[in-house]
Design a protein around this ligand. Sequence first.
Ligand code: NI
Length: 139
Amino acid sequence: MAGITRVGISLDGTLLKAFDGLCERRGYANRSEAIRDLIRRELVRSEWEAGNQPTMGALCLVYEHERLEVGRRLTHLQHQNRTMVVSSLHVHLDEHNCLEVLVLRGRGRQIRALSDRLISTKGVKHGELVMTTAGAGLR
Ligand code: NI
């Protein structure tokens, strides 16, 4: 395993000030930890964008359960793709609205395709996919 290497970077003063503000708001102890997180995030993103790595996704869906049989359609799609759906969580937000969080496992392209189908299902108000990997090789 490689040890710690110090690197220097040049930044415009305005950009540095904005970055320091971000570090403070997010509670980073120092810039190095914030920069490491940014690098890891981009490396993970490039891994799943390649589409060939085993990937995990967390998909949030918000819908009105009485409308357009949307709940039934979403359940049907999940059953058709049950090997990819690791887990699902259903929250009754209020009288009409539901939040469903799905944990998906597969190749990046498969997860993206299934998520797009679920999000574009008639009656879904909002959907957001977060993809990640185990980040093998990252510390
Ligand atoms: Ni509900």
